[in-house]
Design a protein around this ligand. Sequence first.
Ligand code: NOJ
Length: 673
Amino acid sequence: MRKYILLIISILSISVLLIAFVLKGQDSAEVASPDGSLKVEFSLEKGIPFYRVTRHHQALINSSRMGFILKGLPALDKNFKILKVDRTSLDEQWTQPWGEVKTIRNNYNAIVITLEEDEAPKRQMMIEFRVYNDGLGFRYEVPSQHAIKDFLITDELTEFALANDFTAWWIPAYRKSTDIEMDSEYLFRKNLVSTLTEKTHTPLTMQSGDSLFISIHEAALIDYPSMTLLHSRGTTLKADLVPWSTGVLVDVRGSLKTPWRTIQVANSPGGLIASYLILNLNEPNKLADVSWITPGKYNGMWWGMHMQKNTWQMGPKHGATTANVKSLIDFASEHNLSAVLAEGWNEGWEGDWVANGNFSFTKPYPDFDLAELSRYAKEKHVGLIAHHETGGNVANYEKQLEDAFKVCQQYGIHRLKTGYVNKMPGGEYHQSQFMARHYQKVLETAAKYQVMLDVHEPIKDTGLRRTWPNMMTREGVRGTEYEAWSPGNPPSHTTIIPFTRGLAGPIDFTPGIFNLLFDKTSTFRVHTTLAKQLALYVVIYSPMQMAADLPENYEGNPALKFIEDVPTDWEDTKVLNAAIGEYVTTVRKDRNSADWYLGSITNEKPRTLTIKLNFLTPGKTYQAEIYQDGKGADVNTNPLPVEITRTDVTSTSSLTLNLAAGGGTAIRFHQTN
Ligand code: NOJ
């Protein structure tokens, strides 16, 4: 009898344990990074989904809300139970067809939590967390199901309840007041998260103390609006999706997979740059043949337009004439540039082109002989870069899209710069789902016609270049052009960009201006020294880099050699030192030779930085060709002097870099034995 009683007791206690396990399993789930340093805990509190994140057992993100509010339907944010939790892990390496590094490790642990509502209609929603050593990503999925099909989202509830009051470098997002919505072309501001009063763009990069750096962004933004962040209370930020003109945020057809919400974490600013989490969270390359995708440098008459020396429209100062483009092709072929950008080649620039947005993307101006230029460029082994400025008139562009790309195909054009200056008709935002669909359509059409893209006034970069490697570079930043016709960019600007906008992806910043003091009659000028212009080719990553100045400003200047030499495709990248907003030193190894390149830049303060060259291959000798601020150089009073010196170095050498106020140093380490 006693035996039976004991058996019953033990069966009962096992069931209690089982029930407890199941109950615990139903309310929460957790997953840690492969090295165990980061841990995500998902939980349902009275059926409401929350997540929190710890790092080395300390809170990084406190309990944060998840879910959606829908239009005309009950919200997808409560009354949930956990149906199941699936676990996966991955540790693989993949190769970028081009990039800032060749090989990337993709190593994470993941959980997919399937939620179901307690009561009818018993809708299901999945949330997946992928946890890496350098951060995490999570996304929602509402699979195709009877209980919910097409629906409209009026709020995404995702929060980031930061455990510390981080200092953030931020720019405002989708301000209604901006006249033409040059979204994301702002100078960065630095504030405590608790004091932010405006919606901010991502990547939102933040610092707490000396050794905690995080950046919130997103990956794989497809058919969904961009996420901006709004301070909601204390140190909590909330997702604020860029709306349609109707006020709705997301139009879901059939099923939904959101972009990944990402949080990158590092001990140093450079650690954020060494994180390839955004790319890892994108799907692998979809293009079978990538032989036509080639990084490189380009020139054009672009700066001439911004200097008002040339015009886009046909007339006495027309920039894109056959003769002018031919001489730019000659310059490109003599100076190791692979392509020439012809802005203003097509009809439609007359009058107020921003307001009109009435461009043809197939008809060249009569003084631009496309057939002859295509022949001449081919003969000189230089590519032509077409230009499609839409003036925001997306409907006009989409009508011509196939024909426009057929013109590229017909003339062997594999590179295209697009532009979206102006709000879209109807008031749609650049960062909205409406535009996400448009940009994606152009990207996939470009891939079909073997065209690489450089998008200006883009939707933000979320790493889609992994999936469509013809997505080369984009603007989405306050670039060099602001130096031509505005108070310009203070020297600190470029010491912030690599850690903010740069984490999203490549930037067409258009460096390389030598004629820094172009207009003696106005206050407009470029706010760097000349050596810093060179350093920017290494510090700001882009697989298409412009030699932005006009040929006459380069001719005869020995500093041009650095622009000729510097590659745009890298095997490896390292940040040697950095303080966001103050200075940064980056080195990159050429993918096609044994050479390394260095770019070091400072803000308005002069500084001396000593660097160890232990990134070089041990046992090899390199000639360091150093372009540094010359004697008396200073961004305000004397920006032009550059001193070029050569010295032999090895991996055990150190170098002292002397950066002038607003200055920089650029170095080519050429392996000699
Ligand atoms: C603004 C772009 O950023 C600039 O590069 C371009 O020259 C003009 N739009 C005209 O398309």
